[in-house]
Design a protein around this ligand. Structure first.
Ligand code: UD1
Length: 353
């Protein structure tokens, strides 16, 4: 009997834990073996362990405890940890997710050790190299042997870069999770939500948090909203606000620690609108039929911009006005698949010799 296929997932940041769930379940339902490595890029309880509990995720067999640091420090620590691990125990496939420093580190190490790499959520482009994520995803795509694209747009981006022959359009694994989370939420405590209309806001991109004048402008605009703005605050935002002497708890802002994923989906589903600079939340809002205002000048998820289900708004003073626009009434399309992306990815891996 041949040895079962060994698949190693590398995750480290919050959105990757979310994506891990359906992939782990699909691998568990096959005859392949799955090992998970947590790089330790995110380590706060509500950025890491809390999410594993909330989504019933498999506990990673390894934790590299890389923690925070400069890009080079963080990437290098993760690379060194993964290299020793994979020299000792060599998987058949390494699965990397999205566009974080953990993704970059894992794809570099695996490809140099000539271990095959598959990239989940491949082919996204913001065409803005000032974003570390854009650099990470370009490198990961070019080093990977198999590219799992979530959308037609991602497939076109990969073809343009000469990567079409290793690309598989499978849909977006976040859709698998988002739909499941609302179901799972039924067995979780109900979050405390305001009675009437409210906005849900998240901010964590360095270009929104790290420049004091820009962050002050965004916070001031949100605080002046005529309806409450729930702000589950990413640690980068908390740290930046403290560093710049900006008070977050004022006006309409209702600030909290980051929420469990099921709570976030419940809050978004019942919100008037979402304001965010996150990639995932733009799509989750779209999937749940909630208008989104993206505090960025570009997006990788351009399909969501149709009929203004999502709008880009970089000017702080216009954010709330845009967020409170008349909601679209048009049907949304299933650009990102039907919620079976993880199963399709595992089927592809099992079909390759
Ligand atoms: C990372 C990803 C980003 C992703 C985001 C999701 C990169 C380059 N960026 O950004 O693509 O959208 O995760 O959240 O990989 N911190 C804590 N506790 C934690 C984690 C972080 O306090 O558990 C603080 C530290 O001050 C740290 C800062 O947040 O320096 C930023 O964390 P880091 O992982 O470097 O990047 P993110 O902004 O979270």
């Amino acid at each position: 009997m041949s040895k079962p296929l060994q698949i190693c997932s590398v995750v480290g940041a919050r959105p990757q834990f979310v994506k891990l769930g359906p992939v782990a379940a699909a691998i568990q339902g096959s005859n392949a073996q799955h090992v998970t490595v947590h790089t330790g890029q995110h380590y706060d309880v509500n950025m890491s362990k809390g999410l594993f509990d909330d989504l019933n995720l498999p506990i990673p067999q390894f934790n590299l405890e890389a923690g925070s640091g400069s890009h080079a420090e963080q990437t290098a620590t993760i690379m060194t940890g993964l290299e020793s691990l994979w020299i000792a125990e060599r998987p058949d496939w390494v699965l990397v997710y999205g566009d974080t420093n953990s993704t970059l580190a894992a794809s570099l190490v695996a490809s140099k050790l000539q271990i095959r790499v598959a990239h989940v959520e491949s082919g996204l482009r913001s065409f803005n190299k000032a974003m570390p994520e854009e650099i990470n995803r370009i490198v990961a795509d070019h080093l990977s042997d198999v590219l799992f694209a979530p959308s037609d747009e991602a497939v076109s981006n990969l073809s343009r870069e000469g990567l079409g022959d290793r690309t598989y359009l499978v849909g977006d694994v976040m859709i698998d999770v988002c739909l499941g989370a609302l179901e799972l939420a039924k067995s979780r405590p109900t979050p405390e939500l305001p009675g009437g209309d409210y906005l849900v806001a998240t901010l964590h991109r360095p270009y929104n948090t790290d420049d004091p004048a820009r962050l002050a402008g965004i916070i001031e605009a949100l605080a002046a909203s005529p309806i409450p703005v729930l702000l589950p605050a990413h640690p980068r935002l908390m740290a930046a606000a403290q560093r710049h002497g900006i008070t977050l708890r004022r006006g309409s802002l209702v600030v909290s620690e980051p929420w469990p994923y099921t709570q976030l989906m419940q809050a978004v589903a019942a919100a008037r609108a979402v304001v965010t600079d996150s990639g995932g939340l733009q799509k989750e809002a779209y999937t749940l039929g909630v208008p989104c205002t993206t505090v960025r000048s570009e997006t990788e998820w351009i399909e969501t911009l149709g009929d203004e289900w999502n709008v880009l708004c970089f000017e702080p003073e216009s954010i709330v006005g845009r967020a409170l626009r008349k909601p679209p009434t048009t049907q949304r399309k299933s650009y990102y698949g039907n919620g079976d992306a993880a199963q399709r990815m595992v089927d592809v891996l099992l079909s390759i010799d």
